[in-house]
Design a protein around this ligand. Sequence first.
Ligand code: LMR
Length: 396
Amino acid sequence: MFHSLSAMPADPILGLLTQYRADSHPNKVDLGVGVYKDPSGHTPILDCVKIAEKLRFETEDTKVYIGPTGSAPFNQLMTELAFGHSHPALLADRIRTVSTPGGTGALRVAADFIKRCNPNAVLWVSDPTWANHTGLFEAAGITVKTYPYYDYDSKTLKFDQMMAKLATIGKDDVVLLHACCHNPSGMDLTQAQWDEVIEVTAKQGFTPLIDMAYQGFGDGVDEDAYGVRQMAAKVENMILCSSCSKNFGLYRERIGACTLVGKDSNQANVANSVLLYVVRCIYSMPPAHGAAIVETILGTPALKQQWLDELKVMRDRINGNRAMLVEQLKMNAVERDFSFIARQKGMFSFLGVNPQQVERLKQEHSIYMVGSSRISIAGISEANVDYLAKSIAKVL
Ligand code: LMR
């Protein structure tokens, strides 16, 4: 049976990991996969995570099935982290959350859930969007189309064009928005722009699906949730997919959440029952360890504060890296204006070099980035920024 298969190309993001690890160049630089790195290039385990894991080790007393919903305390705490404690939708009992295997798991159950709501729904994604969004939703049988978003020439948002397109999308479709730290462009909506997007969403009646994979990496935990909170206050239905991979550094534990906002409590219950059916049909129930760590942290005031402090260190370092790269490029007499990198947010920006230059950076300098020239800013450090800037100068 397998004879009919032809090989798939390596994943455009994850495939870089294998190539980078196999490269023996002493100055190699990994700007590929979006993972936080400390100044020595290591992806550390947060101290608050280590403490929570120790507590968990001492108190965990069973490994019995957790059930398709996952951990109830985790779900409640993640809902409050995303929406705040007193959001009107929370007080009206309109919100239901399930734990999922990472943010990707959340997106996949959202995809199957959408398919059950409306088998003909089109999912609209920003142009560009995270490389895996399209494949993931198409795998669930959903047609994916794009709305204008990033202007590669001016390095700004195509906001007017985006709004014009959203104003043509009808109530049977779904529009995917990035809550913050847009992956791959680093260009976020301002709060005023969010307000306009929310207005057109409510007017057109399409369902917003917000992907929040980087809460706390942009401006702060509450600031980054502005769009999520305002949107949920203004629309009948909404889907939120969150990830704990980056902000808790729990990449390999695979923990995230899928949240539904219903018109009222009854509708939320019905929608939740469908979501749980979808979960049962895909992976039955989520892993528990990551959820246990997160709920221990968020449910223990001192640990939560420690987490917020460690998150700020990561956020500040990424912002510092942005400024450092711009400065170093100037110091290497690069005439092209790269100041946009310092204005963008989160883990990623497009460097803005062409595919041949991306390839040369890899082949001649062992600098790894996605073919679109997306760079993971966290991979820059004081130790490699000079080499990086000099190499970019050479290929330019
Ligand atoms: C990324 O965009 O690099 C991360 O979200 C990791 C991934 O799974 O692609």
